[in-house]
Design a protein. Structure first.
Lengths: 337, 337
């Protein structure tokens, strides 16, 4: 077992930023990257709205730059996934991965969230080339095009209205014959001449071209009326799916306080309910979900962790590989909190 | 008078990010940049901790990139300073500069703060080459060097302790013979073998070399004992000055709610007390003060402004140059809020 000052769980913008900041504070952080370095950004084709890149940057490029930046200041990135944690017995905390176990004086949780998928043919293949889960991020790419929105809640309708700034028309496909969204929002959507509704219906398939000169690649969607069973094909260039997000908080269940949707609760200093555990990025953010906001939160979480560790510097146990006796000895200490 | 959807006051990372986001939302924002495009970052030599730039980036370069990025999406940057605002009569708000007057449906205030200066010879000239007002930002550049800290409050002592991670020694020069900082923090400083104190003393001068091969440039400080009048010269490579910050909020006095130190108050959606006025960056942040956190806040403020405007889209008055009659007509409407 390896003793560390800071273990960062997750390697999206929040995690890599926390790594950069704790690295520059000479804390030599470990980043447990998960199955994919960079998280959701790694599968984003173009990041057009991270300030400082006027020409835009691809998701994988931005991840590479952020990882290199953190590593330059001593961050160690481990391609492994957390399988179990013990946060209940206070610092130092145990963090288990498939391959290793860490004992960490502090932990920064940045393990993100994932947009719910429809699970239909053509969806995953066209992420970044026509399928999107974020209007703020991708709306600009669909100027002058006809697009399709799936969903009927507040955020689906809010995003659909926002997308009319760019799109020529927005077809909202909804499983039921009324919206869950608030009345005022509904009325704004009904009044908007660019928005039409396809009720009682679901997407069956997203159809794309393989012509490499065409961008975005999506050309149509196949829509099924759930009441009549009738199928239609509707020309469209973009499919925006707003049916919710799920935070990746299962592994912390019962240990970190979360809201009803599973988002980890943090205060304004990015502290969780467990002293010494901090969180940043979409694991604790249902509102903003931007690279830029996750970077800001990762900075704050790291600065809070640095200050928390600094105040306890005299009491912290030594770092490095622990012997079997040392591992055993940490256990009673671990329960004193 | 020019009618606008969004006027952004200030052009640091928060302002340029808000411009990028409102620009991408097709709101064609105006940025009133102030006397220097980029604010405090423009006078920062190296920004080592803005994620995505592993080789580092100079302050002026980063400002240039962020400005170009915002302009690419339609932001119009005006090199002028705000002299007067009317936020008290509701939206649309009047914003006056030396050269122009704007009528803005919404305003994002990102006008920043400034670190208090000692006002001694050698101080301004060496900002970025040895003089610093931010340990988190610049500590890493002083690894293995002797440095000087000025101040005796909580943040001065917290920063001095943080700087011992990098520096060989830290000399805290303080005007009095005791610290204002909290007892626990004081004790940590007193116990720290790298920290020494020079009591009842003030810096008189910062001395630097003009040898272009030497970095940082500072070589010594001249210190005066305020009780005895005795002067000494102390070798040092960095001078960190932590005597407080002042938010640039004078122009909003009596219109935007602020705390005792003058920082504009915002809620978690970056809203001020005036509906339609948002704020981001150091004008409302006494805690983090990082490029990365200001970028995050600028994003949030812009997204809130976009949503606020979107909900009122039907009621907003047309844009563009107003005639004298239209200007007159805005005044009664302006007071309805």
């Amino acid at each position: 077992m390896q003793k560390e000052r800071v273990v960062i769980i997750g390697s999206g913008p929040a995690g890599l930023t926390a790594a950069l900041y704790t690295g520059r504070a000479m804390l030599n952080p470990v980043v447990i990257a998960g199955s994919q370095l960079g998280g959701q950004v790694a599968i984003t084709a173009d990041v057009d709205n991270y300030p400082g890149f006027p020409e835009g940057v691809t998701g994988p490029e931005l991840v590479q730059k952020m990882a290199e930046h953190a590593e330059k200041f001593g961050a160690r990135i481990v391609m492994d996934e957390v399988t179990e944690v013990d946060f209940l017995h206070g610092s130092p905390f145990r963090v288990k991965t498939y391959e290793q176990e860490f004992l960490a004086d502090s932990v920064i949780v940045t393990i993100g969230a994932r947009a719910r998928r429809l699970g239909i043919p053509g969806e995953e293949e066209n992420i970044g080339t026509g399928t999107s889960y974020c209007g703020t991020c991708d709306g600009f790419f669909f100027r002058g095009m006809d697009i399709t929105v799936v969903g009927g809640g507040d955020s689906a309708i809010e995003e659909a209205i926002f997308l009319t700034k760019f799109a020529t028309s927005v077809n909202i496909v909804h499983r039921r014959d009324e919206l869950r969204a608030g009345k005022q929002l509904q009325e704004r959507a009904f009044r908007n001449p660019k928005i039409r509704f396809t009720w009682d219906s679901a997407l069956e398939e997203i159809i794309a071209t393989d012509d490499p000169t065409v961008s975005p690649k999506i050309t149509a969607v196949r829509i099924k009326n759930l009441k009549t069973g009738a199928e239609t094909t509707d020309a469209t260039r973009g499919v925006f799916i707003f049916i919710g997000h799920d935070p990746n908080s299962e592994v912390f269940k019962g240990q970190l306080a979360s809201n009803d949707s599973g988002y980890v609760l943090t205060d304004e200093l990015m502290r969780t309910n467990v002293e010494g555990i901090f969180a940043a990025g979409e694991i604790q953010d249902e509102v903003w979900r931007q690279v830029a906001t996750s970077v800001g939160q990762g900075t704050s979480a790291a600065m809070s962790a640095i200050q928390w560790l600094s105040a306890r510097e005299g009491d912290l146990q030594p770092l490095g590989e622990l012997s079997a006796e040392e591992v055993a000895a940490t256990q009673p200490q671990a329960s004193t909190n």
